[in-house]
Design a protein around this ligand. Structure first.
Ligand SMILES: C[S@@+](CC[C@H](N)C(=O)[O-])C[C@H]1O[C@@H](n2cnc3c(N)ncnc32)[C@H](O)[C@@H]1O
Length: 188
């Protein structure tokens, strides 16, 4: 039986899109961008993915590292990295970036997405979930960056788009928050 490490270490459950991806993609070399303290990285690892988890918050990376060490996890590594650098040094079968791009320097987002695409193996996948701000649903949170309607899909117009939506959710205070979600596959 697989122990639920997320519960054991007080981590939130993995993002629902991460859980869905694990049902449709074979375990592969995976990059978790903006991993925080590891709710998705630990889950990917438990599903057999070989995970590099990166975040610019050393405290979060340290917490994930302490879980990796305590549980003797041999398929997850955690590193401090600033996504704004956009200079990934390896190629991956899956790059996952959930609820992180909106914290990024807006001037760097196109370059970061291009670097993610370049650093994905042919036939590999990108998963991105990011807040939007549109006329209909202005973002109620002052994130540095938000996506416009269709912007994320357009960025992947040369890839096979497996899933794309711009769903509107409701925050605890009743405010509406719109997210773009994409799962796309790089052509072979
Ligand atoms: C809302 S959390 C999302 C964490 C995780 N992806 C998830 O789905 O739970 C956003 C994370 O992005 C990280 N982050 C923000 N700016 C970053 C940057 N420039 N480089 C790397 N990580 C960054 C934050 O430290 C934080 O851990």
């Amino acid at each position: 039986m697989i122990v639920d490490l997320n519960s054991r270490y007080g981590l939130n459950p993995a993002h629902s899109e991460v859980v869905e991806v694990c049902k449709v993609i074979e375990p592969c070399k995976t990059l978790d961008m903006g991993c925080s303290n590891g709710r998705n990285a630990v889950y990917f690892g438990q599903q057999g993915f070989n995970v590099t988890a990166i975040d610019n918050n050393p405290g979060a990376v340290d917490m994930l590292q302490s879980i990796i060490t305590a549980e003797n996890i041999n398929n997850v590594t955690a590193h401090v990295y600033d996504i704004n650098n956009a200079n990934l040094e390896q190629d991956y079968g899956l790059i996952s970036c959930t609820v992180t791009l909106m914290f990024i320097n807006p001037d760097r987002v196109d370059t970061i997405i291009a670097d993610m695409q370049k650093s994905t193996l042919a036939g590999g996948y990108n998963l991105i979930v990011c807040a939007m701000s549109t006329e209909e649903h202005p973002c109620p949170v002052p994130f540095p960056f938000t996506l416009k309607t269709g912007q994320l899909r357009e960025a992947y117009n040369k890839w096979d788009v497996i899933k794309y939506n711009e769903d509107v959710g409701t925050m605890h205070n009743g405010a509406k928050l719109q997210f773009a979600t994409i799962l796309a596959r790089k052509p072979l």
